[in-house]
Design a protein around this ligand. Sequence first.
Ligand SMILES: Cc1cc2nc3c(=O)[nH]c(=O)nc-3n(C[C@H](O)[C@H](O)[C@H](O)COP(=O)(O)OP(=O)(O)OC[C@H]3O[C@@H](n4cnc5c(N)ncnc54)[C@H](O)[C@@H]3O)c2cc1C
Length: 383
Amino acid sequence: MDESGRNNQGDILDRVKRFVAEELEPISITVEKEGRIPAEIVNKMRELGLFGLSIPKAYGGLGLSTLDEIRVYEALTQTNASFRSRIGTSNSIGSMGIVYDGTEDQKKTYLPRIASGEWTAAFALTEPDAGSDAANIKCSAVLEGDHWVLNGTKQFITNADCASVFTTIAVTDEQKRARGGFTAFIIEKDFAGFSVSLPDRKMGLKGSHTNEIVFRNCLIPRDNVIGGREMVGMGFKTAMRVLDKGRLTMGACALGASQKLLDLSAAQIKHQINSGKSKADLQVAQFSLADMATEIYAARRMLYDTARSRDAGQNVTHEASMVKLFCTEMASRIAERAMDIFGDQGYLTRSQIEMFLRDVRLYRIYEGTSEIQRLVISRNLLG
Ligand SMILES: Cc1cc2nc3c(=O)[nH]c(=O)nc-3n(C[C@H](O)[C@H](O)[C@H](O)COP(=O)(O)OP(=O)(O)OC[C@H]3O[C@@H](n4cnc5c(N)ncnc54)[C@H](O)[C@@H]3O)c2cc1C
């Protein structure tokens, strides 16, 4: 910590806020229109260390605490959500399996390259018949000599077309399946039998792509099981651990978008007052603004408190589900309220309201839908 009481984490948050205001916000609408993030912006993300936020310092990352990391996401999602998504899989679901359960060799081989942004990491769990019901995956790997031979298809894989390394979950024991029969593999894009399809055409996050990936007799070296040979069959546990933290990340993204929508809405109401509209005419909008701010305050306290508990070593599975459920549902309510405040202006692309309305809908779907969060919470309550 320096004399002003700030530490490295404080510095990165300040730098990210500046980066958002000066570099990302001015191109937010262009990125949405063109469906891609310029290469020079990705390079600046690398320079800022954004690809290694949560990777331990020993492997080249910034080693941020959960709280500091989610505050960075909260700042990054106050603009086009594609920017956060470009670095997000690398920092969370793509690399955390290696951080949590990888062997020392795997950590040394992969994490420094991921942390520097040289390699983007992705996470491949979802399949055509296995979304919420991840235990239903069909991709299967068979051990033949020194290699696992993997066959099957994964879909909706974020950053698949720019990733170099994929944490991939496959069935290795059909009898045991999710109870000791799934294995997590590290797959490099150049492994024989691996291919990526064209990007999906999506409702939002157009600057961040998802693709189907196909494994046709894909050859994976035997040592590329996350955690090594003794971790064969432990892949479901690794995947669930990875997703646990992802729920807090999603809460932070929803919170960042909500804050931006609140700020835009407040500016719009002030603009209407300055343009001569009477405060009485704007009372409904002002009350709406008050409700938005109140919900955001509650969401932020809930998110930060859970992140602190996680940093203190507590199991926060139950709380993380509540955070994801509350923050992501809140973001949709807030986007609707902002659209009401802006009216026809909100429907125009230049307002950004319509973009946020589309983008925040995703937060209720991936890394566990709202219904799945309700299942986790209620099962925990009922034992
Ligand atoms: C843009 C985007 C990016 C993604 N990125 C990735 C990625 O990088 N890696 C990856 O592996 N996956 C990724 N996904 C997949 C995502 O995690 C799944 O879409 C998500 O888990 C939901 O699964 P599903 O779409 O198959 O919905 P389904 O499981 O088919 O569910 C459909 C509906 O039924 C409800 N439902 C399902 N089961 C129950 C139940 N038991 N009780 C009550 N309701 C239920 C759901 O809530 C939902 O409303 C991504 C998806 C999108 C859209």
